[in-house]
Design a protein around this ligand. Structure first.
Ligand SMILES: C[S@@+](CC[C@H](N)C(=O)[O-])C[C@H]1O[C@@H](n2cnc3c(N)ncnc32)[C@H](O)[C@@H]1O
Ligand code: SF4
Ligand code: SF4
Length: 357
């Protein structure tokens, strides 16, 4: 008999909005433990042990059936783990959704927080990270990803970053770049494989305001330059800084905007750019989980690649979506139908009137 295996169940933790999970897959994964339940942490760990023991018998949690991260391997290849003992390879911090920006397309339905640094929405992650650390479950192989609203607006951010530096962890930070934080540069300098994504998504002030509602284009450009300069001062080429562009029809899918984007990136000394599409697109065929893109987006997609070549920049071609240019179907894997629906509503009704938290 084959055993089932998922590395996330084994060695990941996601600090989600409402509780603890093991993965951020399109599949829902095992039911999560609400963070405010009595003894939630230990329950989550016990659940990990029990699921692994079930997987060894070929029993798969219902919400994992069909997930591409689930593998079947030869019997007796999966090791049992003990409670509070297994090494954690991936930590995803996703317990916050406040943000100092109001992007109309935001897939996390962020809450506008103005410029105030905020406590995470539901619970503090740092004590839980300290717990993992004291049980020697965080190593220099542990990858820490920030994946919620805006990490630079998170009260715990510097403490978590300090812990990542102490443990020499790999990190991935997704930021809108409105606020500069020197800890981010320290993390990039500490490890060559740590990454910072900054979502600029346009090349002009007007389009920025249209897409992100707030008037902070110049701040973002200035901060991109600061991060690039920090790396250069540390003797590094700034390849770890990836400036991102989501292509939206009738918004930024034109040559003028893309040209302006590349001009700014060049002026800032950027070496890596990333292109993507709206992964909450309306034109999704739910059955096949396929995303159909408009012709203008396909054209811009190609043009973006040509410009990256022209400016001699690294291109991260398909971020969070499988996209094949040449008028073919585009598949989009990384977002669950529920998130897509929420985001669709967000998209339709806009972000302008968002309340402060
Ligand atoms: C939710 S944001 C959080 C980080 C940060 N606030 C930012 O915007 O960069 C995480 C990433 O998802 C991207 N994102 C948000 N909504 C998206 C959408 N509808 N389609 C594609 N990417 C999206 C953002 O641009 C960002 O790179
Ligand atoms: S949904 Fe997939 S990635 Fe998530 S725990 Fe289940 S098998 Fe693993
Ligand atoms: S910057 Fe935009 S995409 Fe990122 S969390 Fe804020 S509103 Fe959402």
């Amino acid at each position: 008999m084959k055993e089932a295996y998922c590395e996330h169940i084994y060695s990941s933790i996601v600090f989600g909005f409402n509780g603890y999970k093991y993965c951020n897959s399109v599949w829902d994964g095992p039911d999560f433990i609400p963070y405010d339940e009595d003894d939630a942490w230990n329950k989550n760990e016990k659940r990990r042990v029990n699921i692994i023991s079930d997987l060894k018998k070929g029993i798969v949690p219902p919400n994992c059936v069909g997930c591409s991260d689930l593998h079947y391997i030869e019997e007796n290849h999966v090791q049992e783990v003990s409670i509070n003992d297994s090494i954690i390879n991936k930590i995803t911090i996703f317990n916050y959704n406040h943000c100092n920006c109001r992007c109309f397309y935001c897939s996390v339905n962020s809450v506008y927080s103005g410029d105030e640094v905020q406590k995470s929405n539901f619970y503090d992650v740092l004590p839980l990270l300290k717990k993992l650390e004291s049980n020697n479950r965080i190593t220099n192989n542990t990858f820490i990803a920030f994946n919620g609203g805006e990490p630079t607006m998170l009260e715990e951010f510097n403490d978590i970053a300090n812990m990542a530096l102490d443990k020499h962890c790999k990190t991935e930070i997704l930021s809108n770049g409105i606020v500069y934080n020197e800890m981010i540069s320290k993390l990039l300098i500490d490890r060559d494989d740590s990454i910072l994504y900054i979502s600029l998504d346009c090349g002009t002030n007007d389009t920025f305001k249209r897409m992100k509602i707030v008037d902070r284009f110049n701040d973002v450009v200035l901060n991109i330059k600061r991060y690039v300069d920090d790396l250069k001062k540390a003797g590094k080429e700034p390849y770890q800084i990836r400036i991102k562009y989501i292509i939206f029809p009738n918004v930024n899918d034109n040559k003028k905007e893309i040209d302006a984007f590349f001009k700014i990136c060049k002026e800032c000394g950027v070496k890596t750019v990333a292109r993507t599409v709206n992964h909450c697109n309306r034109n999704v065929n739910q059955d096949k989980n396929k995303l159909f893109l408009e012709t203008s987006v396909i054209k811009s997609y190609k043009y973006f690649k040509e410009q990256a070549e022209l400016f001699n920049m690294n291109l991260i071609p398909e971020l969070w979506a499988d996209v094949i240019v040449e008028n073919k179907v585009y598949s989009c894997r990384k977002i669950s139908p529920v998130t897509r629906l929420k985001s669709e509503l967000h998209f339709l009704f806009g972000n302008k009137n968002k309340k402060f938290i």
